[in-house]
Design a protein around this ligand. Structure first.
Ligand code: SF4
Ligand code: F3S
Ligand code: FES
Length: 248
């Protein structure tokens, strides 16, 4: 069964832009990315949209659909009413290059600033022995497809450009937590998490967890445990308050 959907898509570049209206065919089983491709093929050949796998695994097709950060390739058209206007806009936290394509290099810069896995000098590759519980803990974090939806939605940088230099964002604070939990990592992650990557800015709003397409429990399993590890050395008012409320 086909029908015509109303799409409102952000078009523009160089800091200028506007929402443009389209009426476009939808077929059974299609996702939002299919419709954007049909727009390119039929009405807007120069529409810029980033994608790669169309299977929810490359993290390229991140956009905001009706204001909610989503993967275009994993958002089924059947989740909308047929007469609903579907608005597709670029990620708001990063500069737009053209139409729906953003410059996400902020995330790569943050990734580069985190010292890589640092094993002890006397343990050679092939000699690592880990408990299954340690393997499983980091397995969850390694499901990350680097779609940056969590980075896009976190209010610390979404509404505060000035925080970007001092806040790595949930994806990379999770990476620091993953390394800190690794039994063979000997680098000191706690001071850099707080001093260089802004762990203290996170006030546990959990918006990052809500949008993660891999359903990683970023806040509960990475950020809060990392805050607790840091608080052994440092004072963090959010952890202090949490302990007051929940551990009475
Ligand atoms: Fe995307 Fe989840 Fe990874 Fe964040 S943690 S970049 S939301 S997959
Ligand atoms: Fe931001 Fe997630 Fe913390 S949305 S404030 S990093 S819980
Ligand atoms: Fe790869 Fe959507 S195209 S995640």
């Amino acid at each position: 069964m086909s029908y015509k959907a109303k799409f409102r898509v952000w078009r523009g570049e160089g800091g200028e832009g506007r929402l443009e209206d389209f009426t476009v065919e939808v077929n059974e089983g299609e996702v939002v990315l299919d419709i954007l491709h049909r727009l390119q093929a039929t009405q807007a050949p120069d529409l810029a949209v980033r994608w790669n796998c169309k299977a929810g695994k490359c993290g390229s097709c991140s956009v905001e659909i009706n204001g909610k950060p989503r993967l275009g390739c994993m958002t089924r058209m059947s989740t909308f009413e047929e007469d609903e206007v579907i608005t597709v806009t670029p990620l708001r936290t990063f500069p737009v290059i053209k139409d729906l394509v953003c410059d996400v290099s902020f995330n790569y810069e943050k990734a580069r600033q985190i010292p890589s896995f640092t094993p002890p000098d006397d343990v050679k590759p092939g000699e690592y022995r880990m408990q299954q519980v340690d393997v499983e803990r980091s397995q969850e974090f390694r499901k990350c497809i680097e779609c940056y939806l969590c980075q896009n939605v976190c209010h610390v940088i979404r509404d505060h450009e000035e925080n970007k230099p001092s806040f790595a964002g949930p994806r990379f604070l999770m990476r620091i937590a993953e390394l800190d939990m690794h039994p063979y990592d000997v680098a000191d992650r706690k001071d850099i998490a707080q001093d260089e990557h802004g762990l203290g800015f996170c006030n546990i709003t959990k918006c990052c967890t809500e949008v993660c397409p891999e359903h990683i429990k970023i806040t509960d399993n990475a950020l809060i445990p990392m805050k607790e590890r840091v608080v052994d050395r440092r004072y963090d008012p959010i952890v202090w308050l949490g302990n007051k409320i929940f551990k009475r």
